[in-house]
Design a protein around this ligand. Structure first.
Ligand SMILES: C[S@@+](CC[C@H](N)C(=O)[O-])C[C@H]1O[C@@H](n2cnc3c(N)ncnc32)[C@H](O)[C@@H]1O
Length: 192
């Protein structure tokens, strides 16, 4: 069976995040991925999760508490473009779910410019062999602009430093999400 997009995102994260590692959920939302990462990093690792909506931060903390894992994560009410203010350690893996908060305000969406800024910051913090997974939702208003900006940016990354994968079912209707994954191969020079 072909692995579906969302399980594949988890497979990629599980392949690089181990007990004791630092992981980032760049778009906490309802906290499902933050919880998933908190399980992967174990008692000795740590997760940084970001969201610009108080509602998302509250729901994510609540979900961690329900699972007894709130001590494994810091859920930050700030944009992921501020990432390097909060994270200085080497990061093993990170996930972005682009778009709007399911069940929330559909006008509050991730944007190309800030997403790209967060990816750049993460690429510099990432371990060699670490992975950033982007789940790209692009059916909503503004989604195609962000998708195109992110793809243009990741395509321009030199392959000597970063391997870039696109994983997508190409015959599905209604703009299904797809994955872009970045694997750091070598310490990057300043990309700017
Ligand atoms: C698709 S949802 C995330 C879903 C989430 N991973 C889950 O498991 O439920 C996207 C989230 O990104 C948040 N967001 C939008 N812009 C952001 C930014 N600049 N930094 C961090 N989060 C942002 C939105 O508030 C929204 O909650």
């Amino acid at each position: 069976m072909l692995v579906r997009v969302l399980p594949y995102a988890k497979t990629l994260l599980s392949s690089v995040i181990n007990e004791g590692d630092i992981a980032v959920d760049a778009t906490a939302g309802n906290g499902h991925d933050t919880l998933f990462l908190a399980n992967l990093v174990g008692e000795t690792g740590f997760v940084y999760a970001f969201d610009i909506q108080q509602q998302a931060v509250d729901v994510t903390i609540q979900r961690l508490k329900e699972n007894g894992l709130e001590h494994r994560a810091r859920v930050i009410l700030d944009g992921h473009e501020q990432l390097s203010k909060y994270v200085q350690e080497e990061v093993a893996g990170a996930i972005f779910n682009l778009g709007y908060l399911p069940g929330g305000n559909h006008d509050i969406i991730t944007k190309g410019e800030t997403t790209i800024s967060a990816i750049e910051q993460l690429l510099s913090l990432l371990k060699i062999g670490g992975i950033i997974v982007l789940v790209i939702y692009h059916g909503h208003e503004g989604g195609k602009e962000e998708r195109d900006a992110v793809i243009e940016f990741v395509k321009s990354l030199p392959q000597k430093y970063v391997h870039v994968l696109r994983y997508e079912f190409i015959n599905q209707k209604n703009d299904p999400p797809f994955i872009i994954a970045l694997e750091k191969m070598k310490k990057l020079p300043d990309l700017k």
